[in-house]
Design a protein around this ligand. Structure first.
Ligand code: PLP
Length: 381
């Protein structure tokens, strides 16, 4: 099997699964229980929080555990809107965002917020000056993703954060689900207030994530109950998943330091080879894009036909993002970039991990070439 769908989800590392099993079987106590066994679970939770804070270069009291990217994005956006509803009801976001941001915004719009959506340029990148033009005294939040999940373009988070320093009452949220462990981002330097990450995108387990909340920033919680996570997110903590997430983050960041050049050469090779194949257009920008994502269209083919054809050979790639891939809709990111609908409908995405090899990339390129020829023959007959 060649697994090139790592932006949809990644294979959990062996050590991550071992941690999960050990904590689930030996330390299954509830961290809120008063007895010593609960205390052991509480200590593990605290250690994981400290490790994650250290890896993100933030303080431990800024790390809030959630069930993943979707929940962290919803908490960041709706929690800010609820908290600051008396101060203002205007939010700025981009046309590039994941459904968990887009749909949270749609819900807030129904509740009376006004949402400005910044269009990206033709390379799938938004600009700080376009965001600044939309800021009004009513603006409470700017939400911009770091790495786009469909084409891999990197947004200028540092520049946006710098610009927002002039508008200190505007909260800055960054969805870093696709960037973590692939494209470094210093949250303090970039003046980020809220940042989302999700464990299953970096070889952790599904159902675990983090929302970084800058010290002193207040949000309204979405889940009320037993007051866990400093009252920000009630619900008994998934200690085993959280410990496993801390391990996955450490291993991923180690891999970033050791293997970034390998993944970059694989991406470069795929780029070069794709550009040689007639009828293929690469949408991922060559500059300012993440090391692991390449998005391209094949003229005249529906994306799903191609995904299935490669799937039959044990090569797993994706149409657009995993959550919209079954809707057969044109990629919203490509449409926002001004790509014609027919090309956006034939776009496919490959997404690499540090475990992929150049040999796999070579097999993939051969399979693409053969399939383009074969499918063209089928279409002619
Ligand atoms: C950019 C981005 N944000 C948020 C999410 C949602 O994360 P989760 O699957 O952990 O809910 C995803 C998942 O694909 C994503 O790519």
């Amino acid at each position: 099997m060649i697994y090139f769908d790592n932006s949809a989800t990644t294979k959990p590392y062996k050590e991550v699964l071992e941690s999960f099993i050990k904590v689930s079987s030996e330390y299954f106590g509830n961290p809120s229980s008063l007895h010593g066994f609960g205390g052991k679970a509480e200590r593990l939770l605290m250690q994981a929080r400290e490790q994650i804070a250290h890896l993100l270069n933030v303080k431990h009291n800024e790390v809030y555990f959630t069930s993943g990217g979707t929940e962290s994005n919803n908490l960041a956006i709706k929690g800010t809107a609820l908290m600051h509803r008396k101060r203002g009801r205007h939010i700025i976001t981009t046309g590039l965002e994941h459904a968990s941001v887009k749909e949270a915004m749609d819900q807030l719009k129904e509740l009376g917020c006004s949402i400005s959506i910044i269009a990206p340029d033709k390379n799938g990148i938004v600009h700080a000056e376009d965001i600044e033009k939309e800021i009004t005294p009513e603006t409470i939040l700017v939400s911009v993703m770091h790495v786009n999940n469909e084409i891999g373009s990197i947004q200028p988070i540092k520049e946006i954060g710098e610009m927002l320093k002039k508008h200190s009452r505007v909260v800055f949220h960054v969805d870093n689900v696709q960037g973590i462990g692939k494209v470094p981002l210093d949250l303090y330097q970039a003046s980020v207030d809220l940042c989302t990450i999700s464990a299953h995108k970096f070889h952790g387990l599904k159902g675990n994530g983090v929302l970084f909340i800058r010290d002193g920033l207040r949000l309204s919680p979405l889940l009320s109950g037993g007051n866990q996570e400093w009252k920000m997110r009630s619900g008994t903590e998934n200690v085993a998943g959280i410990v496993a997430m801390a391990k996955a983050l450490r291993l991923t960041i180690n891999n970033m330091e050791r293997r970034l050049s390998q993944i970059l050469s694989i991406k470069r090779y795929i780029f070069e080879e794709m550009n040689k194949i007639e009828g293929i257009t690469v949408h991922t920008p060559e500059k300012n894009s993440a090391p692991h994502i390449v998005n391209f269209s094949i003229e005249g083919f529906k994306a799903e036909v191609f995904v299935h054809a490669l799937g039959e050979r044990g090569i797993y790639i994706s149409t657009t993002s995993a959550c919209s891939s079954k809707k057969a809709a044109a990629s919203s990111t490509l449409m926002a970039m001004g790509i014609p609908e027919k090309d956006a409908k034939s776009a496919v995405r490959i997404s690499l991990s540090y475990d992929n090899t150049m040999e796999e990339a070579e097999v993939f390129i051969e399979a693409v070439k053969e399939n383009v020829i074969r499918l063209r023959e089928v279409m002619k007959s």
